[in-house]
Design a protein around this ligand. Sequence first.
Ligand code: ADP
Ligand code: MG
Length: 235
Amino acid sequence: NNQTELLRRKLEISVRGDNVPEPVLSFSSCNLPQRLLQNLEASGYEMPTPVQMQAIPAALTGQSMLVSAETGSGKTASFLVPIVSHCTKLKNNPQKPLAMVLEPTRELCIQVEEQAKLLGKGLPFKTALVVGGDAMAGQVYRIQQGVSMIVGTPGRLIDLLAKHDFELDSISILVLDEVDCMIERGFREQVMQIFWALSQPQVLMFSATVSKEVEKVASSMVKDFSVISVGKPNK
Ligand code: ADP
Ligand code: MG
């Protein structure tokens, strides 16, 4: 409606797709677990950033989406908040992986896992890191002990999946963070391979920029996805 349009214009949010709910102005209007709200506050997140205002309620509906917003705009919590919420609202005990996050670099994986730990504090939400540079055996063991979310780089994840037969059917959310960067680094095939190993997950794609290539990857995975762009279009 008109009010939603006005709010989006004010926040510099543009949306493509029919089922994107209106932006929220606070985390507390998202029906999130109480402990997650406390963890957000403890992290100094008083208010959602514009990308969070739109992407969090949209992700919570279960739709797949391609979200573009500049670096530093708060994209990480845009997917971690819905993931923590989803994983802790379901009875997931012993923990099975419900979400998988792909990042182009080891450093980004580590940062995302750190933020996930803060947001999941005090909740039944364990994470596993699957990156190069550390022994794979420890990573495998960690997953076998029960985790809700796996964060990794595409190459290392493929290696691990080739050697170990993990049950991945439980994964219902796949995040492709920095998709533009993953494509540039030549991870496209590996990302597709991981996608095909899953059972039609909701796909949340994040990018600083949206190119034809990024849209192509998105459409090769999901027929219907919303497009959310925040800020002045760049490039
Ligand atoms: P992006 O992935 O879009 O580049 P990040 O998710 O890494 O951005 O966030 C950039 C910085 O902003 C981080 O230091 C993060 O902790 C902080 N941040 C994110 N969301 C909020 C918020 N709602 N309130 C305060 N700080 C935030
Ligand atoms: Mg980011």
